[in-house]
Write a protein that binds this ligand. Structure first.
Ligand code: SAM
Length: 322
């Protein structure tokens, strides 16, 4: 027996984890610390848009519900909410938070990938927001997800999605009294850019300073999806863009769309013939980096955002020190 307690020759396997699994317990603290007022503003703006679209008591499905940022307030307001989430620890946070203030049946939950969700027409509104779609990194998975989402909606039902701009795919650090976070977002090498859009590796190391010292590391692939690609895939699933809220959500540096479920989808044999409107890494590199501060903190939060990819010069350009 070795000093690790593992018998010689034993095969050890790492249990695969989903993004956020290892730090779900800290997710709310980290996001609130890092994105401060902007995070609170985004939550309220998103809820307001949902309130004006969903009728009282509407059935809402929240895909990639996370820790319940939207699901919990919507259930509190009387909407019937079903939360679907790929990370079991994130879903556990949602359930735990919800149980502190709501009855057990106020939100139903399902630990599942969007792509494998099987439902037919039972929801009035679907949500898939706050970067959920960037976690889906192949065109076939994205099509499967949009198909599953479309299938859950009744005809005339609405879907809210967001698609982060290229400027969001930039490295940064955040240093607050509670959290020190280094996020590196690196484009995949050119030979690996075989899908539409641009693939990146998201790598973060974070130190939670309070209430007690903890450190975690998370690393997973993400993809910038050009909005027109998503619009074409959605349209093939019978989802049509009806409202473009991107200007109202400019502070989030993302496209925000409401789509409507029409009864028509492209015939099955045409669904895979959509043009590939790829945006390759050379193109995103020229994205205006100045947009980055839009997702940064307000001056009141007192932290700096630093571009790690572009070196010290960019630090001067982009730091949002207070
Ligand atoms: C940044 S969080 C956003 C959470 C929530 N939508 C919100 O608005 O706060 C993204 C969430 O999407 C989940 N997610 C990513 N890919 C998913 C998939 N294919 N199916 C279900 N959930 C997914 C992640 O586990 C994570 O909890």
């Amino acid at each position: 027996m070795s000093s690790t307690g593992i018998p010689p020759g034993a095969v050890t396997r790492q249990v695969p984890t989903r993004p956020h699994d290892t730090w779900a317990e800290w997710y709310d603290i980290v996001y609130e610390a890092c994105f401060g007022d902007t995070f609170a503003w985004l939550t309220e703006a998103t809820l307001n848009s949902i309130r004006t679209t969903a009728t009282s008591g509407a059935r809402i499905i929240d895909f990639g519900a996370g820790t319940g940022r939207l699901a919990i307030p919507l259930a509190r307001e009387g909407f019937r909410v079903h939360a679907v989430e790929a990370s079991a620890p994130m879903l556990a946070q949602l359930v735990s938070k919800s149980s502190r203030e709501l009855t057990p049946d106020a939100i139903t939950t399902e630990h599942r990938d969007i792509q494998s969700y099987a439902g037919l027409g039972e929801f009035d509104v679907a949500l898939c927001v706050f970067t959920v779609l960037i976690y889906i990194t192949t065109a076939s998975e994205l099509r499967a997800a949009l198909r599953a989402i479309s299938d859950t909606l009744r005809p005339g039902g609405r879907l809210l999605i967001d698609l982060p701009d290229p400027s969001v795919f930039a490295s940064f650090t955040a240093n607050t009294p509670d959290v020190f976070r280094i996020v590196r977002i690196t484009p995949d090498p050119p030979h690996a850019q075989t899908e539409p859009g641009t693939g990146f590796t998201f790598d973060e190391e974070t130190l939670i300073k309070a209430p007690h010292l903890r450190r975690y590391h998370d690393r997973f692939p993400v993809r910038y999806w050009p909005p027109e690609v998503v619009r074409d895939y959605a349209s093939a699933c019978g989802l049509k863009v009806v409202t473009d809220l991107s200007a109202a959500f400019a502070r989030a540096a993302s496209t925000y769309w409401w789509l409507e479920k029409t009864s028509e989808a492209l015939p099955e044999n045409q669904r895979h013939d959509l043009p590939d409107k790829s945006v390759r890494s050379a193109e995103w590199r020229h994205a205006p980096f100045q947009k980055l501060p839009k997702i940064g903190p307000s001056r009141a939060t007192g932290w700096a955002i630093v571009d790690l990819n572009h070196g010290p010069q960019s630090y001067q350009d982009c730091a949002l020190t207070t």
